[in-house]
Design a protein around this ligand. Sequence first.
Ligand code: 13P
Ligand code: SF4
Length: 383
Amino acid sequence: MTELLNNWENGRWIGQTLEVENGVCAVPQKPNADALAYTDEVKAATDHLYDEVSDFIPKFEWSAYAVLVHAINKLKKEKNAVVLAHNYMTPDIYALVGDFKGDSLGLAIEATKTDADIIVQAGVHFMAETSKILCPDKKVLIPSLRAGCSLASSITGEDMRLIKQKYPGVPVVTYVNTTADVKAETDICCTSSNAVQVVESLGVPKVIMAPDEYLAKNVANMTGVEVIAWHGRCEVHARFDADDIKEMRAKWPGVVVLAHPECPPDVVAESDFTGSTKAMTDYVSDNKPKNVVLLTECSMSDNVAMANPDVDFVRPCNLCPHMKRITLQNIYDCLRDEKHEVKVPKRIAKKARRAVQRMIDLPAPGKKGHFDPKAVHKDIKII
Ligand code: 13P
Ligand code: SF4
């Protein structure tokens, strides 16, 4: 167990936090002073970056961040590497070293477009595997091998083979939040931004949709398709409930409530808008609500707030312990040493690629990716 120093206030990160072995939060460890010094060169190269993150990083801690940011950005150039940063990364990573930022669909598409030799996935393991599946010739690195996902670990390839035996001929839609061997058993993948569109694109009366029970229920409510679902849940979004929203509305009258479709259906019904992390980001930029709450991972509000200084964010949120395992320090370490390379066996990657590529080949989801709070609830089969 390494040293613990949490600087959280009302659910909002207000300062440096050291690596926590049991997983709550990990914003950079103290840099090794011998290896990375805050020189005049570092200062000159990074001073202009501080403004963007000044709400999140106290000035007295900036030098500790600046040395890592400078070192990572230098290594990226030397090694022709890019950092793909998910919307749940802390603001230091998101704003200062992320080359491409977005939701899981956006990052997968960026992976196919980049001509970098190395991809550093600032996100969780299934996202890095997706990049590797799409770019077998690139080196894909994940800064922490322990950055997992409760959904991805809820189902195995063997589970999926048994489901297919039980429901022969029923097409399988798999959420990208799965391991490569599950994707390999799949007809088409989906993300939270295109799940409704993917299910409808099949033109069939019945689908198997795994592993997120709540996403499957939310999709079933939006389509005329019968959905058979697995019992996986996101440990972050499953914790929100409809009473939380009623309390928020009572406490902050007029607050606009945005939810992620991994939330339970009663949360979607109580929210004003439900969509992927990108859809939520776009909603705030397009509508500029006076007061907004994002029912999702905590760093989302911080990152969206940077681009929308005129919007007030109410901060109830839940931390994803897996996403929070990624730090500036371990991004630097993995890029410097080219360690924690993600590999997918060729036979599995080939089958999984078909399912991921089939999803990517669909047109952009647009409004098809949004979930209607007034949708009529349906009962679905959970296995
Ligand atoms: P998005 O596809 O909306 O980025 O979501 C990924 C995720 O893991 C949400 O918990
Ligand atoms: Fe997985 Fe939920 Fe974390 Fe997303 S927020 S990575 S679905 S555990």
